[in-house]
Ligand binder design. Structure first.
Ligand SMILES: Cc1ncc(COP(=O)(O)O)c(C=O)c1O
Length: 427
């Protein structure tokens, strides 16, 4: 196939006359040398500014998942929408007439400002975030928030309540012990984290400064289906693994936080949505980077932000809007989860999900095999069929299929067909 390489003083352009699969072995010219470079280029309709309100359907419709991609059931970092990755690929070298890639831009330049502002604005639209909430793009993962939350919201002797429905809630509680006086008011540990209690019976601490939950326990597959109103009104949720998977009434929360790497982007950026009235009272020992006021006052640009990650999240937010918003996204997620849970429940015990049915996660589906002796074979055979990362977390064993927003229905259908076939061969 004829591929033409044009080199200008500061750019090397790969032109693909057929706009088709293009393989360029050993291209060496001008400023570039890519001995193993293989590009697959398909036509895109590119908008020229981040402020464009254009939905992503224009390019989405033209891109097929390529044969070399697997169905990745990893819990995070997790699969991203193929067309979003393609769009990023298309813009990687030179972003929308700026003459450089997003990775090379000044975070204070007008191009990047348009990217971060558009990402925030689209997220506000998706989740209907009111003006009295700040949206922050931070670093350090959700794990850093385990410390930042008590540091910002409590004095060292303040009581706070933690409802622990899995390992992540437990980690958050343990970290908070360093900065305030947290109490576990309920723990699902003795039942192997398979339940969420009824809110009525919970004995909340009278003076608790906040009430912390993990909205979706990634390892155990336990998800809140509704939320309580704590006595003090300040509900805090780790939404790392179900962020933007369904509509959420943000006004019920004092603070929501989420690592991006499951539903909305690559690892490296953590999103915090916080009621503005809660900001500005951090403990004196709070590092400047953990003080929400630092980031609110500087629009998440106090120091160099994870700019490429924020850009990627922006592309995902655009895509979620183009899909019709989170109500539509939730419908798709419910359909995928129903398909998988039905396959488990209808397997006559060959597969088993230990989680209480009423709180089963739409995102992370843990299951075990009646015959634990063939679990390794299950994982190996699935991988051969291009379905990877199905091994359960080391702390619980068995399998776990993470079926975040970007997992296509076809991926779940393929997994279910494989599970039925595997069962037929091993019963
Ligand atoms: C629910 C939940 N909270 C917190 C974390 C920790 O996130 P990070 O690795 O971004 O610190 C994870 C990671 O998988 C998670 O699933």
């Amino acid at each position: 196939m004829a591929a033409k390489l044009t080199s200008t003083s500061n750019s090397v352009l790969l032109q693909n006359p057929n706009r088709n699969h293009l393989s360029v072995p050993n291209v060496t010219s001008g400023a570039a040398s890519f001995p193993h470079f293989t590009a697959k280029i398909k036509p895109f309709s590119i908008r020229c500014a981040a402020t464009s309100t254009a939905p992503t359907t224009s390019f989405q419709a033209q891109i097929q998942d390529s044969d070399d991609r697997v169905f990745n059931f990893a819990a995070g970092p997790a699969t991203l929408p193929a067309h979003v990755i393609k769009k990023a690929q298309d813009e990687l070298y030179e972003w929308r007439g700026s003459g450089m890639s997003v990775m090379e831009m000044s975070h204070r330049g007008k191009e990047f400002l348009s990217i971060i502002q558009k990402a925030e604005s689209d997220l506000r639209t998706l989740l209907n975030i009111p003006e009295d909430y700040a949206v922050l793009f931070l670093q350090g993962g959700a794990t850093t928030q385990f410390a930042a939350i008590p540091l910002n919201l409590c004095k060292p002797d303040d009581p706070v309540d933690y409802l622990v429905t899995g390992s992540w809630g437990d980690k958050a509680f343990k970290e908070a012990q360093k900065y305030c006086k947290p109490k576990v008011i309920w723990s699902g540990k003795s039942e192997k984290y398979t339940k969420i209690p009824s809110f009525d019976g919970l004995e909340q601490s009278p003076d608790a400064k906040y009430f912390h939950i993990c909205a979706n326990e990634t390892i155990h597959g336990v998800e809140f289906k509704d939320y309580l109103t704590p006595r003090n009104g300040i509900l805090i949720a780790d939404m790392s693994s179900n962020f933007c998977s369904k509509p959420v009434d943000v006004t019920k929360f004092g603070l929501i936080y989420a690592g991006a790497q499951k539903n909305v982007g690559p690892c490296g950026v953590t999103i915090v949505i916080v009621r503005k009235g809660l900001i500005g009272n951090a403990q004196a020992i709070t590092p400047v980077m953990l003080d929400y006021k630092t980031h609110v006052d500087n629009n998440s640009l106090y120091n160099t932000p994870p700019s490429f990650c924020i850009y990627m999240c922006g592309l995902v937010f655009e895509d979620l809007l183009a899909q019709g918003g989170l109500k539509e996204v939730e419908k798709k997620n419910k359909k995928k989860a129903e398909l998988l849970y039905n396959a488990i429940d209808e397997s006559n015990g060959f597969y088993r999900c230990p989680v209480d049915r009423s709180v089963r996660s739409l995102m992370n589906v843990p299951f075990t095999l009646e015959r634990s002796d063939v679990e390794a074979e299950f994982i190996k055979e699935a991988a051969k069929e291009k379905m990877v990362q199905l091994k359960g977390h080391r702390s619980v064993g068995g399998m776990r299929a993470s079926i975040y927003n970007a997992m296509p229905l076809a991926g779940v259908e393929k997994l279910v067909a494989f599970m039925k076939d595997f069962q037929a061969r091993h019963t």
